[in-house]
Design a protein around this ligand. Sequence first.
Ligand code: UDP
Length: 479
Amino acid sequence: MEDTIVLYPSPAVGHLISMVELGKLILTDHPFFSIKILITAPPYNAGSTAPYINSVSTTTPITFHHLPSVSLPLHSSSPHQEALAFEFLRLNNPNVHQALLSISQNSNIHAFIMDFFCTPALTVAADFKIPAYFFMTSGAGCLSSMLYFPTIHRTTTKSLKDLDTYIENPGIPPMMVADMPKTVHDRTDKAYECLLNISIQLPKSAGIIVNTFEALEARTIKAISDGLCVPDEPTPPVYCIGPLIAANDQTGGGECLTWLDSQPSQSVVFLCFGSLGLFSSEQLMEIAVGLERSGQRFLWVVRSPATEDKSRRFLAPPEPDLDALLPDGFLERTKDRGLVVKSWAPQVAVLNHDSVGGFVTHCGWNSVLEAVCAGVPMVAWPLYAEQRLNRVLLVEEMKLALPMKESEDGFVKAGEVEKRVKELMDSEEGNSVRKRTLSMKDAANAAMSCKSGSTRIALAKLVESWTLQGIGHLVSMVE
Ligand code: UDP
């Protein structure tokens, strides 16, 4: 019988990568375990993750267990995609049950680690009496707000959007309701109910693993560990095991990297907005005008604007038509100092290139950690999910980013793009976030360093909690 850890990521590629990295780190320090990862079927996991999963399968001992497909309702009463994602994962519960049953034929499963989106599977792990852990793909700041959410819910009968006050979550700066994820603004929304349920379930796990490191979020981690976020019941152990980021894979990004080779050291600002970040055509025009006026060198990943066609919402957008989307003559006029790439760039390799000196990011947590590890300062331009909360943390708490300021409807004018890009690349404020980011890069390396780093110590404690239950302990089977 193998001694196995089962990981259950949610389908988004950003969530999958950090969980795979967790699996790799467990194998590095504790190679007697085998790692099995449950993969949900399309529509969420359509084509885009397949090449990545293939490459992990061929280059590491990690194995993937593909779940059969489930049919997803086409409509949800909630305007938020998250509500459909929760429903999709809830419908996968019987598949998870079957998978654990099948894996346990040849393995002793010591722990089941699930993405916080996969909360419905908590009951499946309980059926098998396997200790269940949550994995936070975002940071401790987001975890603080989630753990504290049931308390906020209980202390008011109003929706957050109707409260005229700052939200005070333990261990992070007070923030406006608009900076909290949209899914928690309206208590009549289905997505609100799902989020509240996840938040209530989090403390019922055997532990919470967070993709962060002590030095990055020390005050927040202390507030959580001191029990301030869950006043009415014990807070489970919190393991800060990060930064878990994708390896620096240089394949497939030839054009960007070759172009960067020809640019001066730390001169280029990189603009990239995650795996899902899409702008309207008007906003793309405005960014182009701002970049041109800034006079700075840039590498910009442009994707096609969002489609109104709901049946295509899970498909990757088509290749953008740059001539139609960008101002007349823009590419020609900026060709000596700018490169626009279509749809995708090898972000980790780009951020680690010596020519890159700044990053305009949508504040997805992987992107934040990748920038920190590369020592690249940021301009924070959040778009969806918990990214506005991350901007508050990056700007006010960590001081690793300058804020991009949008109007109330979310639109950012060319003048703001110009101002922030210049500020980041050439001002005292820009220099100050650059210095702090470089020292945080050192702290990230120290956290990951073999044996003595805070991350490796946290991982050792987590593994100890499994082995205390005894290697070879038998999983009790459920029909
Ligand atoms: N990414 C990339 N190239 C792109 C866009 C995204 O390599 O053109 C990667 C990025 O490096 C990160 C992930 O996709 O690892 C995006 O994760 P993040 O949490 O930042 O944002 P999400 O896509 O989940 O909103």
